[in-house]
Design a protein around this ligand. Structure first.
Ligand code: ASP
Ligand code: CP
Length: 356
């Protein structure tokens, strides 16, 4: 599978990618599954950015009124893969909006998945009890499959529910891309003329797949995307084709220093070890791009350093982490916090259609 071909998404298929078409948002989020960034237009992002900014302000003012927004609503947290930020920020978001959160008591591995229950039945069980289901699953297209079966369930039961993807294998991580775009918007005050450089495992990293597609919404504004990766971990060619068709200037390289000093946004990523079939393939490239304080010295003084996290050796040692964390250009903690604000905005709009 890891043969150096620049097309990982073709290597895995899921019939539900064809069988289910996610709805476009078109300014109205209410009751819609959130499966892919393809559902969004620029105006939809602006709605979320404005709501997230308002929510952030209200939280900082300890405004208790937010707890009325999702009062009486229930979110099911269904994580078939490890998560710290996505899971906890969604839970925190729901609780801060006054909603409740349910999950299998001992994690999904001790739900009836343990007895061999399939995804379609597991999500429909959650759909019988919850208004919104946040799903992370290792299989590409799993969120499409979940939405397909939830739509069928919704025809039979009185209380419909929606799926929000928290990541489908090597496919997409749409809510991460929303919070990443919000962080860029917040830090850089817009997207005009930015050079955004994504580094690392662009082949298997679902965050960069979604983020790259969302940036394309902001043309024509002279944006430039640089993709830096080992040859075997390049951005899928389908994504490159899409970006260039939208007028985005794309530059691919394995030489970080060729682009680092020109970058306004440096988006660092982890090599996705869990996606490798052969550990020696992972070992061969895991150290190709390591962000350290001395690498960061080549970046512009006004650049920002982002990372979806978790981080491992691609950000050097613990000492390197500690030094980078003190660099004002490192915004990954702000990025992480923004995740909760954006997810609050999204839950409010999907569940209530309200503009908080
Ligand atoms: N947390 C992100 C994801 O789940 C990035 C990563 O795991 O490297 O896709
Ligand atoms: N960024 C992100 O998705 O982090 P987790 O894998 O910890 O949820």
């Amino acid at each position: 599978m890891f043969n150096g071909e620049n097309e990982p998404l073709a290597a895995q298929t899921n019939p539900f990618l064809q069988r289910y078409t996610p709805p476009t948002i078109d300014g109205n989020f209410t009751g819609k599954h959130i499966i892919t960034v393809d559902q969004f237009e620029r105006k939809d992002l602006q709605i979320l950015f404005d709501a997230a900014t308002s929510i952030r302000k209200r939280i900082r003012q300890s405004d208790r009124g937010l707890t009325e927004v999702c009062d009486g609503k229930v979110m099911a947290s269904l994580f078939f893969e490890a998560s710290t930020r996505t899971d906890m920020s969604f839970q925190a978001a729901m609780r801060r909006l006054g909603g409740e959160v349910i999950a299998a008591s001992n994690g999904v591995q001790f739900s009836s998945v343990y007895k061999g229950e399939n995804l379609a039945d597991t999500v429909r069980a959650a759909g019988c009890y919850a208004d919104v289901i946040v799903l992370r699953h290792p299989q590409l297209g799993s969120s499409y499959e979940a939405a397909y079966y939830i739509d069928k369930l919704n025809q039979r039961i009185k209380n419909p529910s929606v799926i929000i993807s928290g990541g489908d294998g090597i496919g997409e991580h749409p809510t991460q891309a929303l919070l990443d775009m919000y962080t860029i918007y917040d830090q850089k005050k817009g997207f005009d003329g930015l050079t955004i450089t994504m580094v690392g495992d662009l082949r298997n990293g679902r965050t960069v797949h979604s983020l790259a597609k969302l940036t394309a919404l902001y043309e024509p504004h002279g944006m430039r995307l640089c993709f830096v990766s080992p040859q075997s971990l390049k951005m899928p060619s389908s994504t490159i084709t899409l970006l260039t068709s939208k007028g985005i200037t794309v530059f691919e390289t394995s030489d970080l220093l060729e682009v680092l000093g020109q970058s306004d946004v440096i988006y660092w990523t982890r090599v996705q070890e869990e996606r490798f079939e052969n550990p020696t393939d992972y070992a061969a490239i895991k150290d190709d791009f390591i962000m350290t304080p001395s690498v960061m010295a080549h970046a512009r003084p006004d650049a920002i350093l982002m990372h979806p996290l978790p981080r491992k050796n691609e950000m050097g040692t613990r000492d390197d982490h500690d030094i980078l964390d003190e660099d004002p250009r490192a915004v990954y903690f702000e990025q992480m916090e923004n995740g909760m604000f954006i997810r609050m905005a999204l839950l409010a709009k999907v569940l209530r259609g309200v503009y908080v």
